[in-house]
Design a protein around this ligand. Structure first.
Ligand code: FPP
Length: 227
């Protein structure tokens, strides 16, 4: 969800106003994705590096997270969407962690699109935490030495969630910035200069159209007559 800061600065507003606007876009785009049949929608809301930002900016984003978790707990059944946080939640306040747990609990009974919010998330950090958990299980005799990709995936924050088909980056940068490093191995990327608060359904449609025209070989070769 890149570009909130620039969107606000362009309007002479504080960066935090960009995050508020960006969180409205998040709400709008989540609903749009649900309505067109997306099953999993994942956003990168706060990276393990974002703590370096000003106290005011970090607090504003944490407040938005608090607000969205409360709202999700109250409305996810009726909205047919469940909210799950991915990332190292140990650095969040006990209050936020309790809300995240509650959202997870309520979401278990909800049929609908799963919205994953990556918060205090970094792809390398996720892989490292997974490796440590595996090592602990191995040392305790609870895991095999013969670890394969599926077995390792089960230690990631994204355990049980399919790998993404499309990764969209708004805001003009063309890099992955530590997002879903393991899971993105065969994802199709789509980049747009549109700043996240200005992002709309048209961008989702364009990304899906581009995805439809890509030739996904997963390392293999195209079969004659297919695709
Ligand atoms: C990146 O844009 C955006 C963020 C680091 C924060 C994203 C957070 C929200 C949209 C609100 C919280 C949402 C939820 C679901 C909790 P940037 O600030 O790096 O933009 P810039 O590159 O223009 O400075």
């Amino acid at each position: 969800m890149d570009g909130n800061g620039r969107w606000a600065t362009n309007r002479g507003l504080p960066r935090t106003a960009g995050h508020s606007a960006g969180s409205e876009t998040f709400r709008r785009i989540s609903r749009y994705c649900r309505d067109i049949g997306v099953e999993y929608f994942t956003v990168y809301a706060f990276s393990t590096e974002n703590w370096k930002r000003s106290h005011e900016e970090v607090e504003a984003i944490l407040k938005l997270l608090d607000k969205y978790l409360r709202e999700a707990i109250d409305t996810m059944e009726q909205e047919r969407m469940k909210l799950v946080l991915l990332g190292d939640l140990s650095r969040l306040s006990p209050q936020l962690r309790a809300l995240a747990d509650r959202a997870l609990e309520v979401g278990r009974n909800v049929q609908g699109m799963q919205v994953n919010v990556c918060f205090n998330y970094g792809g390398r950090d996720e892989i490292l935490r997974a490796a440590k958990r595996y090592a602990e299980d191995y040392a305790a005799g609870k895991a095999d030495a013969d670890l394969d990709e599926a077995g390792f995936s089960a230690y990631l924050d994204s355990a049980g969630i399919p790998d993404p088909d499309i990764i969209i980056r708004s805001g003009g940068e063309q890099r992955t910035s530590n997002f879903l490093l393991w899971q993105s191995a065969y994802a199709e990327y789509w980049f747009t200069d549109t700043l996240w608060p200005d992002f709309g359904p048209a961008e989702i449609d364009a990304a899906i159209a581009a995805f439809g025209s890509r030739d996904r070989r997963f390392g293999g070769v195209k079969e004659a007559g297919k695709g």
